[in-house]
Design a protein around this ligand. Structure first.
Ligand code: ATP
Ligand code: MG
Length: 222
């Protein structure tokens, strides 16, 4: 007798999170969030702006300005939210600390899915306690134009070991699996937006209009 697993598309399970500097938040982030939510029917997705990036220079705008922009960007989408915990916590924003906190709040059973662009995933072996991240969450790696999945040996072994055989496995357990997903390619980056703004060139349509206005009003990135 076969066992049939049917996925109930109406039942939303899993909390997705997307961390980053969001300096500023843009349509590459937002389209990724929306496509991930729709494709897998996760219950919600939280954008988590860091306070102090561990692997980058300190941003030129303040954490509260990056937070404001993230909040302005998501107001029209009911399943997106901004989680300010890293900014409230201050200090270097280690993802492992954030995952531990969220896991504590969600309880042991709820699937937690950390969404990472391919560029971030490739840098994973430099992250604090990186091999423990899967104790607390799954990792959903999303494609990013310009970044191929050339995994160095350490990361490719990790990927081999924990890779799910189907994406819905990330909703059948609280943590521990990796899935690589291809989304609509959008070659937008915050660095590109900062560069355009510094040259006083247009940043229109790369990011939501309220964020564009905020950057203009506060003369950010000049
Ligand atoms: P910067 O150019 O300053 O590094 P960024 O555009 O890479 O900024 P981050 O805040 O560093 O933005 O990224 C946060 C997360 O979003 C990372 O996991 C990153 O891989 C992912 N991401 C950013 N832009 C895109 C994009 N265009 N497509 C897919 N994923 C993206
Ligand atoms: Mg980046």
């Amino acid at each position: 007798m076969g066992i049939h697993v049917t996925i109930d598309r109406t039942k939303q399970s899993g909390v997705a999170i997307m961390g980053g500097t969001f300096d500023p938040i843009h349509n590459g982030h937002l389209r990724t969030a929306v496509e991930v939510l729709e494709r897998y029917q996760y219950a919600s997705l939280r954008i988590i702006p860091c306070f102090q990036p561990v692997h980058k220079d300190q941003p030129g705008v303040t954490p509260s300005q990056r937070l404001d922009m993230a909040q302005l960007a998501i107001t029209s989408h009911p399943d997106l939210s901004v989680d300010a915990r890293e900014i409230t916590r201050q200090g270097p924003s280690y993802t492992i600390d954030t995952l531990r906190e969220i896991r504590e709040e969600l309880g042991a059973e709820e699937p937690l899915i950390m969404v990472l662009g391919m560029d971030s995933f490739l840098s994973l072996p430099t992250w604090s306690e990186w091999k423990s991240l899967l104790h607390y969450a799954h990792i959903l790696v999303v494609s990013r134009p310009g970044w191929e999945p050339d995994l160095v040996s350490e990361l490719s072994a990790f990927c081999e070991k924990y890779r799910a055989s189907a994406p819905h496995e990330l909703q059948c357990a609280p943590s521990g699996r990796i899935w690589l997903e291809t989304l609509t390619p959008l070659g937008i980056s915050s660095s590109m937006i900062r560069l355009l703004a510094s040259r006083q060139e247009s940043i229109a349509y790369l990011l939501p209009e309220p964020v564009q206005k905020y950057i203009e009003t506060h003369t950010l990135y000049r």
